[in-house]
Design a protein around this ligand. Structure first.
Ligand code: C5P
Length: 237
């Protein structure tokens, strides 16, 4: 399994958000030696098929496969084995799938041996507010539910958590230092926030307790993505 980043550059996970496999592969080639991992999300995976993992991985960076699996334990275990056979380094699941589902993903990942994927749990989607949660029967609001699902996931075998920039300090305080936290919603000082509402700079997020930073458009939308990634790593000191 991947170990915690040993350099500022390796903290960066570049999100390859495009449906176009060729574009994803060329971003990966430009970025592989300037970031820790590259992220393939649902759009790219569904549009291009699982072969996109090999074509992106050929550039040399480990792959974060962000599929946010959520199904019965047997199905999630099978999908986790299939993802592990693609050689991915990180895989996301929904903590809301429950303890048995999280445990099944971990057990299936273990089957891949020493180079198994890290199982990362997503708690409450940042697109859900208190009213959305109440509509699904969850009272108490997002902050409480995030912590509840984070504890459930870690207790059930998740190797780490994906959490938003505004949750990272709360989770670091609630869970202690041992749980890897992977944080999107990052914008270098002065960068366009786009559709992200509550953003943090890379150094603020690391100070708050983030281990890895997921960064998309500030890198892939730059005229020189490799230089943008280098500048972000440099801003981390
Ligand atoms: O371009 P940008 O830096 O906003 O991309 C962030 C990446 O992190 C996207 O791939 C997005 O799907 C993902 N993400 C996020 N917020 C979350 C979870 C994942 O932005 N809460």
């Amino acid at each position: 399994m991947l170990s915690l980043p040993d350099s500022q550059q390796k903290r960066i996970i570049a999100a390859l958000d495009t449906p176009d496999a060729g574009r994803a592969a060329s971003w990966a080639a430009a970025l592989a030696s300037h970031v820790g991992l590259v992220k393939i999300g649902l759009e790219l995976f569904v549009a291009s098929g699982p072969g996109v993992v090999a074509s992106v991985a050929a550039a040399g960076a480990p792959i974060f496969l962000d599929l946010k699996l959520h199904d019965i334990p047997n199905t999630v275990a099978g999908a986790t084995r299939a993802a592990a056979s693609l050689g991915v380094a990180m895989l996301t699941i929904h903590a809301a799938g429950g303890p048995a589902m999280v445990a099944a993903a971990r057990e299936a990942a273990e089957g891949a041996g020493g180079r198994r994927p890290m199982i990362l749990a997503v708690t409450v989607l940042t697109s859900l507010g208190a009213a959305d949660l109440a509509a699904t029967g969850v009272a108490g609001g997002p902050a409480q539910q995030v912590l509840r699902l984070a504890r459930l996931a870690v207790d059930s075998g998740a190797d780490g958590l994906v959490c938003s920039a505004h949750e990272v300090a709360q989770l670091r305080a609630g869970l202690g230092p041992g749980v890897p936290l992977i944080v999107p919603g990052i914008r270098p000082a002065g960068a366009d926030a786009g559709d992200q509402k509550r953003v943090m700079t890379p150094s603020q997020a690391v100070l708050a307790g983030a281990d890895w930073l997921v960064i998309g458009r500030p890198i892939t939308g730059a005229a020189d993505p490799a230089e943008a990634a280098r500048a972000i790593a440099a801003s981390l000191g």
